[in-house]
Design a protein around this ligand. Sequence first.
Ligand SMILES: [Zn+2]
Length: 410
Amino acid sequence: MSALHEELCARLTRYCAIDTQSDEDSASSPSTEIQLTLARLLVQELQEIGAQDVRLTEYGAVLATIPGTAPGPVIGFLAHMDTAPQFNATGVKPRVIRGYNGGAITFPDNPALVLTPEVSPYLAEKVGHDIVTASGTTLLGADDKAGIAVILTAARTLLASDSPRPTLRLAFTPDEEIGRGVDKRLPADLGADFAYTFDGGAVGEIEYESFSADGATVTVKGVSIHPGTAKGKMVNAITLASKIIAALPQATMQPEVTDGRDGFIHATEMTGGSSDMTIKFILRDFELDGLAQKGEILRAACAAVQAGEPRAEITCTIRPQYRNMRYWLEKDMTPVDLARDAARDLGIEPVSVPIRGGTDGSRLTEMGVPCPNLFTGMQELHGPLEWISVQDMARATELMQGIARRAAQG
Ligand SMILES: [Zn+2]
């Protein structure tokens, strides 16, 4: 491995070993105290490489400046510190497979688990690369510690050179995985004209379109009475909640039957008992009218069940979560074009596919800081097969350097 590869690999494995899992059920900010362990380490490492204005905000974000050597727009680079709550993230033991031979990768802590190019086709392109995985019982957390490693490595190399670059702002955010990565103070604290998240997958991915997202909560209040004397009186909330679920389009609008540009209505949680039930949903679509239509379908299902049982009380509340960043970016493609040109400078053909999800950039863009998403190389996220190529991370590092170089004027 080259010195740059060694640095990326060392940073990634160091950050991945620190548990930073976020927690949706926590009301605090950041949602988990453990994220601050990594935040404090990053503050120290940013100071060591000579970054300026390094600080840890009260909402748990780490901010820093790479002073410019030339005029140009102030550009932000972001990555998130937390890992997904959906899979075990405690005790991550990253390991490096040097010079991958193209065969099956086994895991020391879980003999049943195998990573192959059949399971993860992108792996077939990475023969000879250095591959980082976890040990079999946890996720790796390359999502998004690869982004942090890329930004810190690029920042160090930029600070060590006097080649032209505009002022760059760096931000490492907590709680992206639970949709709370962008505090309302972040856009002003970042102070960037536009920004990029390094939170994408395969080399070449430059994404500027995400889902538009709403959340919905349905409550069902039944009539509770002793089951022995319930005839003609009991209204069972569980039965009615089940009817609402059954009334939704199962074959066309669920995550497990949709892909590409199709959105969905996804029941994420159902809790309660015979007297009261609560169902939580996420609604997703790339277009606002499609999103509104999904809300109407959910409301209609609730209304139909309510009409069939007037003694019940059914409510349906829908609230906005984030919006497709394309609505803003298509009006001014400067940040996207800059990243695409910088990629082509490196011989990388940019590809833009819509993200079936959201990023910190979705919220930031909506809040006035246009923010496309860039590749890091990460694959098979949020599970035990998560892996990344060190050489892919090196390409992402070159992309950040290239964006800074291209943005410098005069
Ligand atoms: Zn991520």
